[in-house]
Design a protein around this ligand. Structure first.
Ligand SMILES: *Cc1c(COP(=O)(O)O)cnc(C)c1O
Length: 386
C-alpha cells in the first residue's frame, strides 16, 4: 500500500492534501518519495522560516535534544528562559507565556485580556472584538474569535463573547467599542487565511488609539505575520503601534510546535500562579530552535526579506493573467484570472509548491530562500498564470 492510500484509510479526513508524498528536503528544495524535486513556496504554511533542515536550526535543536527533550514546567531550563528574554528584548514586551500552537497562543491572549478587564472593569466586561474574515485558530474559543461563518457551521454552541466588526471600518469599530463592553480588540495586521489582506494604516492606528483611550487590551495575532514574515520582526512594527498582547507561533519554532503570548508592561502581572498552564509549553527543544530563529532575524536579514518581497511584487504586478498582488514582506496573495487552484496544480506539476488563501494563490516561502531559487519559482508561477 502506498503512503497516500494508508493515510487516506487511517488519518481523519480533515485535510485536502495535494497528491504529493514528501520524503526529505534541504533549504527551499523538497524531494518527493518518487524522487521529484520541488521548490517550496509555502514553507509548511509559514513555519519553516529558514527552510527545511537548515544547518543552524538543526544544530540548535539536535544539541538540545541530546541534553533534555522535556522537563515539565516544574523546573527551570535555559532555552525557555533565554527565548523569553530574547523576545522581550527585541519587542519591548515584559513577559512571555509559551504554548504549542497559534490557537493556544490566542487562547492565552484572550484569557489575559478577559482577566485584565474583569479585574479592572467588572466581569460583565468580557467581549473580544475581532474582525470579519479573520482567522484565529480551530479550538472552540479561537474558532468563535474567527470571523468566518463557514468554519462555525455545525459546531454550535460556540464560546460566547466575541463581536465581529468589518475590517478597515473605523466607524463600526468605534460603535462596537462604545456598545459591547469590550475586554479586548484582536487583529491580524495582514489577514492571512482571509486572503492575504493588509489592514489599512488608518484602521490599525484608530484601533490602537481606541484601545488606549478606553483601556482595552489590544491583541495583535502575529501567528502568521510574526517572526520576520512581513519584513519586520513583527507585523505590527510596520504600523508604528505598540500592542498590549502579541500572540505568535508558526515561524517562531522554525518547524517545531511552539506558541508564544507576549505581554507588555500593563499586562505583565495579569497571569499569576495557576491562571494558565501547558504541559509541553516552553519545551526545551522547541525553545532552542526558536531561539536560533529569533537571533537571526536582525535588521540586515529583514532588509533581505524586504528586497525579495520587492522582487516578487515587481515580477508579478501587471503580469499576464494576474489581476492583483497583495500582502507584505514574504506573505503574498495573488489574484489570478484562472482559478487559483488550477494555477497551484499547474505549479505543482512543474515542481513548485504554492498555497491558496480563499480565492488567491498564496506564497509564504522560507525567509532565506536563495534568490536564484526564488526567480525559478516565480518564472514557473508566472507561466502558470497565463
Ligand atoms: C495559523 C493561524 C492560527 C492558528 O495556528 P495553529 O498553530 O494552527 O493553531 C491563528 N492565527 C493566525 C493568524 C494564523 O495564521
Amino acid at each position: 500500500m502506498s503512503i497516500t492510500s494508508i493515510d487516506k484509510e487511517y488519518v481523519a479526513g480533515t485535510y485536502g492534501r495535494f497528491p504529493v508524498e514528501l520524503l526529505s528536503g534541504k533549504g527551499s528544495i523538497l524531494t518527493g518519495t518518487d524522487g521529484k524535486r520541488y521548490i517550496d513556496m509555502g514553507s509548511g504554511i509559514g513555519v519553516t522560516c529558514f527552510g527545511t533542515a537548515d544547518d543552524t536550526w538543526l544544530g540548535a535543536v539536535t544539541e538540545q535534544l541530546s541534553k533534555l527533550q522535556h522537563t515539565s514546567n516544574l523546573y527551570y531550563t535555559e532555552p525557555c528562559a533565554l527565548l523569553a528574554k530574547a523576545l522581550c528584548e527585541k519587542t519591548g514586551m515584559k513577559k512571555v507565556f509559551f504554548s504549542n500552537s497559534g490557537a493556544e497562543a490566542n487562547e492565552c491572549a484572550i484569557k489575559v485580556a478577559r482577566k485584565y478587564s474583569a479585574e479592572k472593569k467588572g466581569d460583565d466586561c468580557y467581549n473580544i472584538i475581532t474582525l470579519v474574515n479573520s482567522f484565529h485558530g480551530r479550538t472552540l474559543t479561537t474558532l468563535s474569535a474567527t470571523g468566518q461563518d463557514v468554519f462555525h457551521k455545525l459546531f454550535n454552541p460556540l464560546t460566547p463573547g466575541f463581536v465581529h466588526v468589518t475590517a478597515n471600518d473605523v466607524a463600526a469599530l468605534e460603535e462596537a467599542v462604545a456598545s459591547c463592553k469590550p475586554a479586548g480588540i484582536m487583529l491580524e495586521v495582514v489577514q492571512g487565511e482571509g486572503g492575504v489582506l493588509p489592514l489599512t494604516a488608518e484602521f490599525v492606528s484608530a484601533a490602537a488609539k481606541l484601545a488606549k483611550d478606553n483601556d482595552i487590551p489590544l491583541i495583535i495575532d502575529e501567528v502568521q505575520t510574526g517572526n520576520g514574515r512581513t519584513g519586520k520582526l513583527y507585523g505590527y512594527m510596520n504600523f508604528g503601534i505598540t500592542p498590549d498582547i502579541v500572540s505568535t507561533a508558526k515561524g517562531l519554532g522554525g518547524g517545531l510546535p511552539i506558541g508564544a503570548t507576549m505581554m507588555n508592561e500593563k499586562m505583565q502581572f495579569v497571569l499569576g500562579p495557576s491562571d494558565h498552564g501547558s504541559t509541553y509549553g516552553g519545551n526545551p527543544v522547541c525553545c532552542a530552535g526558536a531561539l536560533s530563529v529569533i537571533k537571526r532575524l536582525d535588521d540586515r536579514f529583514l532588509a533581505e526579506v524586504q528586497a525579495k518581497s520587492d522582487y516578487i511584487f515587481s515580477a508579478l504586478e501587471g503580469a499576464e493573467g494576474i489581476k492583483s498582488v497583495s500582502g507584505m514582506g514574504l506573505m503574498i496573495g495573488i489574484e489570478t484570472e484562472r482559478p487559483a487552484k488550477d494555477v497551484v496544480m499547474d505549479c505543482l506539476d512543474k515542481g513548485v509548491l504554492c498555497l491558496t488563501a480563499k480565492t488567491k494563490v498564496r506564497l509564504l516561502p522560507a525567509l532565506n530562500i536563495p534568490m536564484d531559487v526564488l526567480e525559478e519559482a516565480i518564472t514557473i508561477l508566472k507561466n502558470a498564470c497565463k
